[in-house]
Ligand binder design. Structure first.
Ligand code: AMP
Length: 436
């Protein structure tokens, strides 16, 4: 299988060659011909499978083949949950369109809107955006959705988790009914399937990996350990294994900061990335990690979404996520592009239910070991996972993932936002309770 045989144009093939790709990844081989045919596609693919090129290449080709009005209205819109992912997708769009007459840009919150408005006014064919900032810009009449031909929802599951469903529906309400729709998601909950039914028309389903599965090339292991000993264990693992590039997940922003400080004290270069960090600090932390200036990147789930770190060898779950699908996303950061990866979870007595819920969606038990000298003694009982019902009354609330995550990220109850507040807001904040 070659990229040429998928029906891509010479201009795109040249750009692909310059990126150094030889063969299409499975998701690319499946999705590209369907998208070129104009079909709606529902794709099960996590980051690391090559999904970005999977939708960007055929969309660019279709845009390049059709005539555009002189004023260059937005004809393709990619919605992503986070700024980081938006920036990354945009980088891909720019690279792949090097030899095409296609204009693109990216808009997200946390930075000034003025230059984004200026670029949009000059006309762009393909726009990559996070939903909140995009709606702000639409409110300000800086962008129109009337000429959208293709809508792409990237990491749709995460957009739902983050409470973007209303924003997405609102954006769609301004679009022409006749358009192509592409949806990419790593996990497929009932809510995702419902969203897909509302947006996609006769979609063809394609899968890069079986549903809710982690890549087989990732070796997964859990260590049963006391909460108070986790930092020591992490330091030992990194030092003893002489690991040079480790991504560590914590459940809270505060936890991420605390762990980072302790690692640095222990002589391990590290930086944290989470929703309270400025865009500049996040970009710097990521760049330092990618260039091996820092050995460790400590991240919360939301901040880590969409980060493209090729060939990441080690992922540590300092705490297990209480939303089991997040485990799948975390593990998706390792063992990428055919490389082997190792995912280690530190599980204290409070997290045993989280582990059980994760094992349910993995459909396999995590190999659990005890480290000599760190035998667990904690007696604190397990906490309830986001997917588990309360014992008495209650039951699973709608959007439970979002509310639990809000708490996990250390967010206070999200405030009602006025449209004018949105440009300053963090795209990583849940906004499903926003009323307009
Ligand atoms: P993605 O899943 O889109 O985030 O892509 C993951 C990584 O794989 C990125 O670093 C891409 O540049 C890279 N990639 C995408 N397609 C290919 C391919 N066909 N061959 C090799 N690497 C690829």
């Amino acid at each position: 299988m070659t990229f040429k045989s998928l029906g891509l144009s010479d201009a795109l093939l040249k750009a692909i060659e310059e990126k150094g790709y030889d063969t299409p990844s499975p998701i690319q081989a499946k999705a590209i011909p369907l998208i070129l045919e104009g079909k709606d596609v529902l794709a099960s693919a996590q980051t690391g499978t090559g999904k970005t090129a999977g939708f960007t290449l055929p969309v660019l080709q279709r845009l390049a083949e059709t005539k555009h009005p002189k004023y260059r209205p937005v004809r393709a819109l990619v919605l992503t949950p986070t700024r980081e992912l938006a920036a990354q997708v945009y980088d891909n769009v720019r690279e792949y369109s090097t030899y095409l007459d296609i204009r693109s840009t990216v808009v997200f919150g946390g930075v000034k809107a003025a230059s984004q408005i200026k670029t949009l006014r000059q006309g762009v064919d393909i726009l990559v955006a996070t939903p909140g900032r995009l709606l702000d810009l639409h409110d300000q009449k800086a962008v129109s959705f009337k000429r959208i031909e293709v809508l792409i929802l990237d990491e749709a599951d995460r957009m739902l988790d983050m409470g973007f469903v209303r924003d997405i529906n609102k954006i769609i309400s301004f679009m022409p009914a006749k358009r192509q729709n592409l949806m990419f998601s790593a996990t497929f909950s009932k809510d995702i399937k419902r969203l897909a039914e509302g947006i996609l028309r006769n979609p063809v389903s394609v899968e890069a990996e079986p549903e809710n599965s982690t890549a087989e090339k990732v070796s997964q292991k859990a260590y049963a350990v006391d909460k108070g000993k986790k930092t020591e264990v992490v330091i030992n693992l990194i030092k003893d294994g002489n690991w040079s590039q480790v991504l560590i997940f914590t459940r809270t922003k505060h936890g991420a900061n605390k762990l980072t400080e302790k690692l640095i004290k222990a002589g391990i270069s590290a930086a944290a990335i989470h929703g309270n960090k400025s865009q500049g600090a996040r970009t710097k932390a990521l760049a330092n990690f990618k260039s091996n200036t820092n050995r460790v990147l400590v991240a919360t789930d939301i901040a880590a979404r969409g980060i493209d770190i090729p060939l990441l060898p080690h992922v540590i779950n300092f705490e297990l996520p209480n939303v089991p699908e997040d485990y799948v996303h975390r593990i998706g950061r390792t063992g990428r592009a055919g490389a082997k990866g190792e995912a280690i979870s530190l599980v204290c007595s409070e997290e045993t239910e989280y582990q059980k819920e994760i094992e349910k969606i993995l459909k396999q038990k995590l190999k659990t070991e005890v480290i000599e000298g760190y035998e667990p003694k904690d007696t604190a009982g397990p906490k309830r996972a986001a997917t588990q019902k309360k014992k008495s009354g209650g039951g699973k609330k709608k959007g439970v993932g979002a509310s639990h995550r809000g708490a996990a990220e250390g967010n206070k109850k999200p405030k009602r936002q006025r449209p004018s507040d949105r440009s300053k807001s963090n795209e990583g904040s849940p906004r499903n309770n926003r009323r307009r």
